[in-house]
Design a protein around this ligand. Structure first.
Ligand SMILES: *[C@@H]1O[C@H](CO)[C@@H](O)[C@H](O)[C@H]1NC(C)=O
Ligand SMILES: *[C@@H]1O[C@H](CO)[C@@H](O)[C@H](O)[C@H]1NC(C)=O
Ligand SMILES: *[C@@H]1O[C@H](CO)[C@@H](O)[C@H](O)[C@H]1NC(C)=O
Length: 324
């Protein structure tokens, strides 16, 4: 019955992806097949849609117990306890199986996992070995080159190269020796070559120029502070001068008013001749600013007005005086 045989084989071949996709605790696996793909994403031998399993050293799939993120898509809390972050001189490896003690200098680490090495911020995982990123200018150094695939915005797949070295800050590894980093504006292909550690290129090893990274702290130059100080000073002086000019203008107006008052009083006194005692009333009328200070009438017409009012005692209505 060859037909039934063929059908069986076809059924097994079709069902295979289902078996590969669904992973269960204790399933056999080969830990050496866990790897980083072309995009440098970690793919476990026990990879499945839930992402809950990792291939343990005993070649069976086990639950992950640690994470380097706060969120795991597909994790089921009811199936297994949510993994925790590693603390106290331990790190969580790419497979997430369990927290592991930090690696001493010279020990093996995973690609770009500087956090797996003892030494804090100055530690670097270079070519899978923990070293200190602190070789001085003139010292022997090494370069790590990593090829990776990335998608252009057009969807086109491209390959790039990312390089790192263990030269100290501001220096880079050139033919096995650390040399001074390139100044801003010089041509570069990798961040590591720039003194600023920032190469403005396509990010995949293309040609660019060294520059200041956009998020860096910008020191304000002395000249800017001087310019700000001078601007404030000049502004203050302008305001003070304007206030002084305004004050001078107003006091001159006031002086003119006072002078006009005394001039007119003098004229009134002369025209009234002997009637000095009655001058009190004339002085009060003159001292009432509404009568003359804001009027366009000439001094002599105001004086004759006042004289008319003084010669008609008792008949002056108050409103006439005020509304002049
Ligand atoms: C294999 O290792 C995992 C994790 O270390 C453990 O949970 C599991 O019980 C082990 N399986 C066997 C068969 O020893
Ligand atoms: C699972 O548990 C973790 C930690 O206990 C929690 O942060 C997370 O929100 C839980 N996830 C779900 C889907 O309940
Ligand atoms: C820097 O890296 C090179 C090559 O990897 C290595 O030989 C050297 O010992 C490292 N230097 C330090 C100080 O870690």
């Amino acid at each position: 019955m060859p037909n039934i045989k063929h059908l069986l084989i076809a059924a097994i071949v079709l069902a295979c992806p289902l078996f590969i996709l669904a992973v269960n605790f204790g399933d056999p696996c080969d830990p050496t097949t866990s790897h980083l793909n072309a995009y440098l994403t970690y793919i476990d031998a026990c990879d499945d849609p839930t992402g809950m399993y990792a291939c343990a050293q005993n070649s069976t799939c086990a639950f992950k117990t640690c994470v380097n993120t706060n969120y795991l898509k597909g994790w089921s809390n009811s199936t297994y306890k949510f993994p925790s972050r590693c603390m106290d001189q331990t790190y969580c490896p790419d497979n997430g199986l369990q927290c592991t003690p930090l690696v001493a200098q010279g020990g093996r680490c995973e690609l770009d996992r500087d956090d797996e090495c003892v030494g804090g911020a100055s530690a670097i995982c270079l070519n899978y070995v923990c070293v200190i990123k602190g070789v001085p200018i003139g010292g022997f150094c090494g370069v790590e080159s990593t090829q990776f695939t990335y998608s252009e915005q057009t969807g086109e797949e491209m390959t790039g190269t990312f390089q790192r070295d263990n030269c100290t800050v501001g220096a880079y590894c050139n033919s096995g020796l650390c040399v001074q980093g390139l100044a801003n504006g010089e041509q570069c292909t990798q961040d590591r070559e720039c003194f600023s550690n920032s190469c403005f290129n396509n990010g995949a090893g293309g040609v660019g120029y060294c520059g200041i990274p956009p998020d860096s702290f910008k020191e304000v130059p002395m000249s800017t502070w001087v310019a700000i100080g001078v601007s404030i000073l000049v502004f203050m002086i302008i305001v003070l001068v304007a206030l002084w000019l305004l004050h001078r203008y107003q006091s001159r107006k006031e002086h003119e008013k006072v002078k006009r008052f005394f001039d007119m009083q003098e004229q009134l006194r002369q025209q009234s001749g002997r009637d000095t005692p009655d001058m009190t009333e004339g002085a009060i009328l003159l001292g009432t600013p509404r009568l003359y200070a804001h009027s366009n009438k000439s001094d002599s017409s105001i004086i004759s007005d006042i004289r008319n009012r003084m010669s008609l005692p008792g008949t002056r209505p108050q409103s006439q005086m005020v509304n002049e």
